[in-house]
Design a protein. Sequence first.
Length: 95
Amino acid sequence: MKKFFKTAAMPIAVFVMAIGAAFATNAMKSTFAAEQGYQQLDNVGIECIQRASCDTDGTVTCTWKVGSVTHNLYGMQFDSKLGRTACTKPLYIKP
């Protein structure tokens, strides 16, 4: 039994721990904060249509093209002026 532990079980356990550590390290590197992007159908953002996945951080605005027209996409958030949830949160393209 001791021989089995040394020759088979111990290397398998070390291998499993190494794989787990690799996945944990890779998960920590991901900074993408995905948020659903919505196209505003009106000027205030009450009527919206779901379009694409965007990011909450960045410098380039997340957009959606319909034909030859490009629309900015927004995330849903509570708008205190409207007193309701609206698609008014600026979103960006994944870096």
